[in-house]
Write a protein that binds this ligand. Structure first.
Ligand SMILES: [Zn+2]
Length: 381
């Protein structure tokens, strides 16, 4: 077996898009350029993201999600079983109450709503990875939407009920689509598939969850049923998959830089389903104080790899390598140094219109993370 270097560095996926890409997209939407021209801009943006991650010293890179509208909405851009519908069009009276009480800015959010039987009629992510791999020797990871986050946003009683009477009826087809994508990513040569599950992170206080359930008409006797559903869906998705590393990314949302807007709390409320997930790596927020302490994993040990969030993506201040080293050393006592991969808390721009920091800051943070890994390797060699 090949011994890998300690403290490899990675990313969670998205990077802010260059201004010229946003202008090209606007020009395309305004009918001023052709689709083939827009594709060239996308290609250039991905090549730039690949090279900038290499320059920043990241060991395992992504394509920066440059081609996606967002980590979630892109499903509707690729698969006709889903249609992007503004949440303002789906709004119910009950959902409206939550919007008011949480001061949610839902005007920019559109959901990929199920509008037909779910079938993987085209690749979701595999083509992104294949393209990025042409321009780098580094391992390329693949962020892929997780099953609960997709389902809770996409099953809508009114629009999807004809095809799936209840969300539970969609479990089989939805996890099959994601599993087929994981197998395509294995074939493409991706280093790691990361299932993005902010819906699990929102279990810390269920506020955002309640809004989505009210919006989509998903009735649950007790919200705690979602805990078991979360791990069941992950395990259905990865069932029978081998030969490619799969992990789950849990965070508490990522669409604005002001911290007070987000859920606060550690991993305690969802530790049982976390430990039940049959995956290799957990990619966890930990740089933000909102994510709580490591204590929960001391009490309930996780024996796999941990993609440790060491960079706060919402804070424009660039961390010093030394402070990243301190975060990793504290976590090493709980998770074991051989299990830790350094990554930011989340992507730097989970949606095209809402980067949480600018590109200069994002790459400076990735460089600090790489410097920290070098210091750690020296100390622990
Ligand atoms: Zn995230």
């Amino acid at each position: 077996m090949v011994e890998r270097a300690l403290f490899p560095t990675s990313v969670v996926g998205s990077l802010p898009r260059p201004e010229w890409l946003l202008e090209a997209i606007a020009a395309y939407e305004g009918g001023k350029i052709e689709e083939s021209q827009l594709k060239e801009y996308y290609d250039e943006a991905v090549i730039l993201a690949v090279k900038q991650q290499e320059t920043a010293g990241v060991d395992e890179i992504s394509d920066g999600e440059q081609r996606r509208f967002s980590f979630l909405a892109f499903v509707a851009e690729r698969i006709p079983s889903f249609k992007l519908i503004p949440t303002t069009e789906l709004m119910t009276r009950e959902a409206e109450e939550y919007v008011k009480s949480m001061n949610l800015h839902v005007g920019v959010i559109s959901n990929p709503v199920i509008v037909g039987p779910i079938k993987r009629t085209a690749p979701l992510v595999a083509e992104e990875v294949k393209f990025a791999m042409k321009y780098t020797q580094k391992p390329v990871m693949a962020p892929l939407i997780g099953p609960l986050t997709l389902l809770i946003n996409s099953w809508n009683k009114e629009r999807s009920g004809r095809y799936y009477t209840t969300p539970e009826d969609a479990f089989g087809d939805l996890t099959k689509m994601l599993r087929e994508e994981i197998l395509a990513l294995k074939e493409a040569g991706a280093s790691f598939v990361q299932l993005d599950e902010p819906a699990i992170g929102n279990f810390v206080d269920f506020r955002y969850t309640r809004w989505l359930l009210a919006l989509n008409g998903w009735k649950l006797g007790d919200l705690s049923e979602l805990h078991k559903i979360a791990s069941d869906l992950i395990n259905m998705t990865v069932k029978g998959v081998s030969g490619i590393d799969v992990g789950v990314h849990i965070c508490r949302g990522n669409w604005r830089s002001d911290e007070e807007h987000y859920s606060h709390g550690g991993y305690e409320p969802m530790i049982d389903e976390i430990l039940d997930m049959k995956v290799k790596r957990l990619v966890l927020e930990y740089a933000t104080k909102r994510a709580g302490t490591y204590q929960v994993f001391r009490d309930h040990p996780w024996h796999g790899e941990v993609g440790l969030g060491v960079i706060d993506v919402k804070d424009p201040r660039v961390e010093s390598p030394k402070e990243v080293v301190a975060r990793v050393e504290e976590a090493s006592k709980i998770f074991g140094e051989e299990n830790i991969i350094l990554n930011p808390d989340c992507g730097f721009a989970s949606g095209r219109p809402w980067p949480v920091v600018n590109r200069r800051i994002a790459y400076a943070k990735l460089s600090a993370q790489s410097e920290a890994a070098k210091l750690l390797r020296k100390k622990h060699a």
